[in-house]
Design a protein around this ligand. Structure first.
Ligand code: GLN
Length: 485
């Protein structure tokens, strides 16, 4: 048996039946990382030694929770006490977090074991993980292509079986797009369902932490640990605790699924479209009611997203001044120069581009023309989704217009890179939950992702819709990454 190929619920079962020990599991992952990390480059820090010690301790004390001893990987913008949290930026290269994010506290309560911190686009800005200041993570399906981003390290590590599951964050698609590119499952929860306390802020009104997993069942299990009110996050919702695994029923009979035709139009790759059309047929055969409708928001959403996200980023990243956090230049004679040079040397080009754009759209002369207008578009997008959800339980779209693209093919053209988010950003703008699951591979054996969008706090509905599909097509049993060189 190859331990690292198992899902978390399979690992749990084996632990319960005493067919495996925690140490065996952690050791298997340590070996797998040793074997694959050189090629994939998903980790910014590796904790396998500490993880093995923790495994030993858990075994000595006895497993006190059902997930005790299960390993996990963490995106490097989520604070972990006493460890580096770099956001893949030179600015935080040596930053050791003095506290744990709420989600990390939750994982620790359950006695999960961290295998390390995962690579990402700098400050979560990007869609390919090429904006990391430290390394480019490779897509395990084809090492010449990107894993997607910004949670590319998380998705690649799960796809390469170096971690059984991982945490990502999603501001405009950063969980779903890399999940789609790497053939794994990524869930972006409703805004407010998961605490953002300890997530280094990019765009606070859009950011959410969520699970990247091998299958839908694991997604529900991990969401159980993440979801819940947190008084340390004032935007955290007061919702009752749920067991999301109860939603995993194989049934979509009579479910109303809306397919917005604008998400299948110009710019969507033909093979991606074909796979999605096959998926739609599968849902029809399973008894779902599918209807095409018009939801003409994608192009406005993208423009509004890049205005709102940059505006919030320019404000959030003001704290990195060379004094309070992180990198400080050696090259200064007065305070102003200290600020200027620390920021100039500490931030990479994409982060600077966004700070400049964000400062511009918030400036007094342009605020009404850009920022205020973008907020109006945001309200419009929310209303359009509300209208659609009067008719449909779930909305189905591609996750990304293409499969994973070649490394270096878009990084010199930011606008083209931004276009890769066309199918995902409107969901963050409206604060909705959405899941990406693999729905097949294209002719080059690269995975294609399908996005299922739900009403606010209807995670159960999208999990059920995704689960039913997954049980029908059995993607994981049929395809696996080949580390093509
Ligand atoms: N690719 C999008 C961006 O660059 C989304 C990033 C994210 O979700 N963190 O802004």
């Amino acid at each position: 048996m190859d331990i690292t190929k198992l899902t978390v619920h399979e690992l749990q079962e084996k632990l319960e039946k005493k067919e495996l020990t925690v140490t065996q599991i952690v050791q298997a992952y340590a070996n797998r990382i040793e074997e694959k990390e050189e090629k994939v480059q998903a980790f910014l820090s590796i904790n396998t030694e500490e993880a093995l010690e923790e495994a030993k301790k858990i075994e000595e004390e006895g497993r006190s929770t059902s997930l005790a001893g299960i390993p996990i990987g963490i995106k490097d913008n989520i604070c972990t006490k006493g460890e580096k949290t770099t956001c893949a930026s030179k600015m935080l290269e040596n930053f050791i977090s003095p506290y744990d994010a709420t989600v990390i506290e939750n994982l620790k309560k359950e006695k999960l074991i961290s295998l390390g911190k995962l690579n990402m686009d700098e400050f979560a800005m990007g869609g390919s993980t090429e904006n990391s200041a430290f390394q480019i993570t490779k897509n395990p399906w084809n090492l010449h292509t990107v894993p997607g981003g910004s949670s590319g390290g998380s998705a690649a590590a799960v796809a390469a079986d170096m971690v059984p599951w991982a945490l990502g964050s999603d501001t405009g698609g950063s969980i779903r797009e890399p999940a789609a590119f790497c053939g794994v499952v990524g869930l972006k929860p409703t805004y407010g369902l998961v605490s953002r306390y300890g997530l280094v802020a990019f765009a606070s009104s859009l950011d959410q932490i969520g699970p990247i997993t091998k299958d839908v069942t694991d997604s529900a299990i991990l969401l159980n640990l993440l979801a819940g009110h947190d008084e340390k996050d004032s935007t955290s919702a007061e919702v009752e605790k749920k067991d999301y695994t109860k939603a995993l029923k194989q049934d979509v009979k009579g479910m109303k699924i809306g397919v917005p035709k604008e998400f299948f139009g110009e710019g969507i790759n033909t093979e991606v479209k074909e796979k999605l059309e096959e998926a739609i047929e599968i849902y029809k055969n399973l008894g779902a009611e599918i209807e095409e409708f018009s939801l003409d928001i994608a192009k406005y959403s993208l423009a509004a997203y890049y205005i709102i996200a940059c505006a919030e980023a320019s404000s959030n990243l003001g704290r990195f001044d060379g004094i309070r956090y992180g990198y400080r230049t050696k090259n200064y004679t007065d305070l102003e120069e200290l600020f200027k040079n620390s920021r100039s040397e500490g931030f990479g080009p994409e982060v600077k581009r966004r700070i400049i754009l964000g400062t511009y759209v918030l400036s007094s002369g342009y605020y009404d023309a850009y920022y205020k207008k973008a907020q109006k578009v945001r309200t419009y997008v929310k209303n359009e989704f509300n209208k659609a959800f009067e008719k449909y339980d779930v909305i189905l779209t591609p996750t990304s217009p293409t499969v994973a693209f070649a490394i270096n093919s878009k990084c010199n053209n930011p606008l083209e890179m931004y276009l890769a988010d066309i199918c995902t950003v409107s969901i963050n703008i409206a604060g909705l939950p959405a899941i990406s699951i693999p729905c097949g591979v294209d002719s080059n054996q690269m995975p294609v992702g399908m996005q299922l969008i739900g009403k606010p706090f209807a995670e159960e509905t999208i999990l059920q819709t995704a689960y039913t599909f997954e049980q029908t097509i059995k993607f994981r049993e049929t395809y696996s990454p080949k580390f093509k060189e």
